[in-house]
Design a protein around this ligand. Structure first.
Ligand code: ADP
Length: 157
């Protein structure tokens, strides 16, 4: 099975990596699809985000990292994915995720979204929390892979 894991990954955290690893165990193949968001200005440009994820996953068999613009279901179809993978950290993620999952099913009924509940010790992690801590020069080595930590230090120091 091939799972499409879409997101902004701005930047990648250990929470995302945990989901990728567990997705691999369950499905065998995970395509990490980085959303381009032309209307939003991300902290890290697309090339940087792709590089961060590729370097952090290059020891894993079965991971492919791509970028996409537009509809997730279209990206899933083009890449012959069987399902969409997303993570749930807290109830606050649930409403938003439910709406997206319903929207995707209304567009392409064949696409189920599979949610993995975050590992408890990663449940506080989000890209924005990491950026906030990095901005004030707090410790981030337990939140993000080293390549991301380096990019964050360069950005804020
Ligand atoms: P988006 O802008 O699409 O929400 P994110 O990069 O913030 O993109 O998140 C991508 C996916 O990864 C989402 O399903 C999100 O719930 C999940 N995710 C984010 N942080 C974590 C975490 N700490 N643990 C598990 N899943 C996470």
């Amino acid at each position: 099975m091939k799972a499409l894991y879409p997101g902004s990954f701005d930047p990648l955290t250990f929470g995302h990596l945990d989901l990728i690893n567990r997705g691999l165990d369950l499905f065998g193949e995970v395509i990490v699809a980085v959303l381009e968001h032309p209307e939003k200005s991300p902290t890290f440009d697309l090339e940087t985000r792709l590089k961060q994820i590729r370097e952090s996953t290059n020891h894993l068999d079965g991971v492919k990292v791509i970028s996409f613009e537009g509809l997730t279901v279209k990206c899933a179809k083009e890449n012959k994915a069987n399902l969409i993978l997303r993570g749930l950290r807290a109830m606050s993620d649930f409403e938003y995720e439910l709406q997206i999952a319903h929207t995707n099913r209304s567009l392409e009924a064949c696409y189920e979204t599979v949610f993995l509940v975050t590992a408890a010790h990663h449940s506080f992690l989000s890209s924005s929390v990491v950026k906030e801590v990095a901005r004030f020069e707090g410790k981030i080595s337990h939140m993000v892979p080293e390549i991301v930590a380096k990019d964050l230090r360069r950005l804020f120091n």
